[in-house]
Design a protein around this ligand. Sequence first.
Ligand SMILES: [Zn+2]
Length: 211
Amino acid sequence: MPRARVPFAAGRLWLDFVNTDEAPRHAQGDMLASFDGYLAWLERSALIDAARRTALQRRALEQPASATATLHEARRVRSALRPLAEHGVHASERVTQAAMLEINRVLGRSTGVRRVGQDARDGSFHRTFLPSGDAFAALVIPVVESAADALVTGELARVRRCVAEPPCPRVFLDTSRSGRRRWCDMRSCGNRNKAARHRAASRVRRRTPPS
Ligand SMILES: [Zn+2]
């Protein structure tokens, strides 16, 4: 499986995966509503290429029950990871344990070969994992490994949920120097919230008689 290093919108693959949830503020439906939608997301995240997507679509037509089971599993992984992403280091013991259980369930049955590869463009090195087991079941492995990395490296302390109002479900890795980033995206949630706060402040000023 090629592991191209694409810039993930939320900063990490597993957080982008959590953000496949429905997000009305961003006019986004559930990207895991169908197996085809799941494959489209995997391709956009460079976890599979176009040829592999076509091959998987063909296999899904031959084995619809298996494709449905794979989709259900992806959703199950997502629902275990979302609370962990939303609460980060403040997640309850129950949430953390449930996420770990799900991560270990997927990792426990993953078989494959680990390799180190080199980027042809810039010569940088990266690890790759070539699954040897079931092609469908292997699709979610990179996502789960990304979540495992967050736990191991302590990066969870920098994982946040957008604080926009009305609520935005998106989660992200806060890489700001101050560690006080609040919105998933400055252009959409950030600006809209600043504008709303400005309007609210002007209303208060208008209501307050000059002293
Ligand atoms: Zn947001």
